[in-house]
Design a protein. Structure first.
Ligand code: ADP
Length: 485
């Protein structure tokens, strides 16, 4: 182990099933993307382990679903407090396995925890209705009940928050969970389970299986006991999981890929737009599903905006190991991720894009790609049509509002979109015409626990966070009470 922790017992390497930590012979190596060093070896789950986890969640559901909202709320709050009390250690674990800079890792722990606090509060507001009746001998009532056992499959880019965004509403609703974190980043998930146990969340309510998606995934999707799947990851895998879930008609929530446009109109505050774009494009080294993918700049300000952006990238971003003071941009998750970015840039340059800064792998190591700005990009180049998931800003000029809206919408996905303008009428018009689930107007960072996160088209279905986030974990039941005199 090469992480310094105040509490070393947060570095768990076993499976967590039915409140038991289980060691297994077949291990998964977790490596640090900044230097390829081994961080830990983690036990992996077999098919039988996954079935055991589902059985444990089913058994725990009987009592957990009968607890009061107040009891669940109290346990979630305790968990939230323990996470925040161990923020530094959790951030160190996160940076070691994922690579993001330590300040961002601390931010993710607080962001992830905010969903637990939020849903601890929302648990107490799962209200039904009394609806006016069609005849006076009856009354119509609705109640909301937990959907049951939920499978949660999460990616590596936010190893903490993608999980809390699912577990917190599930538990608040009275559901139990079986979670499979990404193989690149299981340690953050296991640390969360350790703290959940310390908070007093009963055995079987949260189960964690780490290991091969090809072994664990089909068991979760085929199970009739698992009534819902909540997935965050690629659109490709999401489609596969949707097909698999069809056999048992599970409820599904899908947070899939994006291709976020970031539009700068000619009346925008350019300095504010640069600040917003820097945050939206380069945080987590460009590895978020809401990261800007295409930057549309009005042609009258294209030159001045590109110069400001290049200056900001060259002056404000420092590539390096996320634990080093002053570093703003860490490595990509692995060499495969780097080669995707290299390929997209090369193919786009071959089609006429120009490298204004960056544009290559850094001498720091195989996983470091230099923060990059490409100009003279068109909407049909690979850097614009594909999800980059790396620190490359692709600048596309435009002439009119309708043209840029059409270009922005010319993609199969629709997660987040951003635009900068000073015109209030344009703010409404463009917000309504963009086919995206989330819109940032004069703002580059829009995700928080109070707002509904989610996409349209092939970016998925369902919403996480906000007062709407609980609905994905609840069934609505209608009770008709008749024979009244
Ligand atoms: P990413 O590009 O972020 O790695 P993926 O969609 O490949 O996105 O992975 C997201 C999560 O889905 C990870 O936990 C991964 O292990 C899991 N996963 C990948 N393929 C499958 C599958 N066929 N069945 C179930 N889970 C899968």
């Amino acid at each position: 182990m090469n992480i310094t922790l105040n509490d070393t017992s947060l570095l768990k390497t076993d499976l967590y099933i039915n409140g038991q930590w289980l060691n297994r012979d077949i291990k998964l190596a977790v490596t640090n993307p900044a230097n390829a060093s081994l961080v830990a070896e983690v036990s992996t789950a077999s098919k039988e382990d996954t079935l055991d986890a589902i059985a444990a969640a089913s058994e725990a559901l009987k009592s957990w679903s009968q607890t009061t909202a107040k009891q669940r709320s109290a346990l979630l709050k305790k968990w939230f407090q323990l996470i925040m009390g161990n923020q530094d250690d959790l951030a160190s674990i996160l940076t070691a396995e994922q690579g993001k800079v330590i300040a961002e890792a601390k931010g993710e722990i607080a962001y992830g925890a905010s969903y637990i606090e939020w849903f601890a509060e929302e648990a107490k507001r799962i209200n039904g209705d009394v609806i006016p009746q069609p005849s006076n001998d009856r009354r119509i009532i609705t109640i909301k009940q937990p959907v049951g056992v939920v499978a949660c499959i999460t990616p590596w880019n936010f190893p903490n928050a993608m999980l809390t965004r699912k577990i917190a509403p599930a538990l608040a609703a009275g559901c139990t969970v079986v979670c499979k974190p990404a193989s690149e980043t299981p340690l953050s998930a296991l640390a969360l389970a350790e703290l959940a146990e310390r908070a007093g969340i009963p055995a079987g309510v949260i189960n964690l299986v780490v290991g091969k998606a090809s072994i664990i995934g089909p068991v979760l999707t085929a199970s009739s006991e698992v009534r819902k799947l909540s997935f965050t990851g690629s659109t490709q895998v999401g489609k596969l999981l949707l097909e698999e879930c069809a056999a048992t008609v599970k409820k599904v929530s899908m947070e899939l890929g994006g291709n976020a446009p970031f539009i700068i109109f000619d009346d925008a505050d350019l300095d504010a737009a640069v600040t917003g774009l820097m945050a939206s494009k380069y945080r987590n080294a460009g590895q978020t599903c809401v990261c800007t993918n295409r930057v549309f700049v009005h042609q009258s300000i294209y030159q001045s905006f590109s110069e400001k952006l290049v200056a900001a990238v060259e002056q404000n971003l420092t590539l390096g190991d996320g634990t080093t003071e002053g570093v703003t941009t860490g490595p990509l998750i692995n060499k495969g991720a780097v080669s995707i970015v290299v390929d997209l840039v090369e193919k786009s340059v071959a089609k006429g894009a120009k490298i204004a800064t960056g544009g290559s792998v850094s001498e720091l190591g195989d996983c470091f790609y230099k923060p990059t700005v490409l100009t003279a990009v068109t909407n049909d180049m690979p850097i614009a049509t594909d999800e980059i998931f790396g620190p490359v800003a692709a600048l596309i000029p435009f002439e009119s509002d309708q043209q840029v809206i059409d270009m922005a919408n010319d993609t199969k996905v629709g997660l987040a979109a951003y635009f900068y303008t000073g015109d209030i009428s344009r703010i409404w018009r463009v917000s309504e015409q963009l086919e995206y689930g989330m819109i940032g107007v004069n703002e580059g960072i829009i995700s928080n626990e109070m707002a509904p996160f989610g996409g349209v088209k092939e970016s998925g279905m369902g919403r996480e966070g906000s007062k709407y986030g609980l609905d994905d974990y609840l069934e609505l039941k209608y009770i008709c009470m008749g024979g009244l005199k």
